[in-house]
Write a protein that binds this ligand. Structure first.
Ligand code: PEP
Length: 253
């Protein structure tokens, strides 16, 4: 079975102490994950080492950075490289979240460079894509998201495409309380898998986990995750509440 992942995106929330308590509460629930299930916490940079030591003895629990820079090293004050993340044992990195695309002008080509660096250092990128409301209303979401994949991912070889995770996050559903229906999520995920299949063949396309993100909560996770092409979720707001996120983890297939 494909990897099923519940990924928490804390964004710029929680003090160090609050973050530690949140992790303790979630890990304290001692949810045993099956071999194909994973939980990932994308935490702010200053908490990566603490969070990584919290999950060190837990099977299939991992820590992610929320971003990295698109250069290997050098005079880029304030930035964090993939090599630095690797050097502290980080296994995942969220790339291309819509907030980074919007507030930090991250382009598809910049993201392609970040993907390459993460893969070079053995870090699994969680590559975010998704359309704004205007595109959804115009009915052109499929081609919009296809271009995001084409321009950021399609330079990758067959050998590495199965090492990435995609998160489809319709921007109109992020932090708005407005969730895509499970039909809308399934429809887009099947489209994305088809796009991957055209480029890499159906066998490889079938290995890539595609997460849904956008107002996933305890009360809708099982419905959304239950669809055949939805392999879990990238969760913002609800991941900051231990009991909500515990229920979301339990909703994984
Ligand atoms: C996100 O930030 O990736 C996200 C999906 O946020 P929320 O769950 O709050 O909509």
């Amino acid at each position: 079975m494909r990897k099923q992942i519940a990924a928490a995106n804390w964004k710029m929330n929680c003090t160090y102490q609050q973050g530690e308590e949140l992790l303790d509460n979630i890990l304290g629930a001692q949810i045993a994950l099956a071999d194909h299930q994973q939980v990932v916490f994308a935490v702010p940079f200053p908490y990566l080492i603490m969070a990584n030591s919290e999950v060190a003895d837990e099977k299939n629990y991992f820590i992610a950075a929320q971003n990295c820079y698109n250069k290997k090293s050098g005079a880029y004050t304030g930035e964090v490289s993939a090599e630095m993340l690797h050097s502290i044992g980080i296994k995942y990195c969220v790339l291309g979240h819509s907030e980074r695309r919007e507030y930090f002008q991250e382009s598809n080509s910049t993201l392609a460079e970040k993907l390459d660096l993460c893969l070079e250092y053995g870090i699994t990128p969680i590559f975010c894509c998704g359309e704004p409301l205007s595109i959804r209303e115009a009915g052109t979401q499929n081609s919009f998201v296809e271009v995001q994949l084409r321009e950021s991912l399609f330079h990758l070889s067959e050998a590495v495409i199965s090492k990435i995770v995609i998160a489809y996050e319709p921007i109109w559903a992020i932090g708005t309380g407005k969730t895509a229906t499970s039909d809308q999520a399934q429809e887009m995920h099947a489209h994305l898998r088809g796009v991957l299949a055209k480029q890499y063949g159906p066998v490889l396309a079938n290995t890539v986990p595609i997460l849904y993100g956008g107002s996933v909560k305890a009360n809708n996770a099982a419905d959304i995750f239950g669809r055949p092409d939805v392999d879990g979720g990238l969760v913002g707001g609800a991941s900051l509440n231990a009991s909500e996120f515990i229920a979301i983890i339990k909703a994984l297939k």
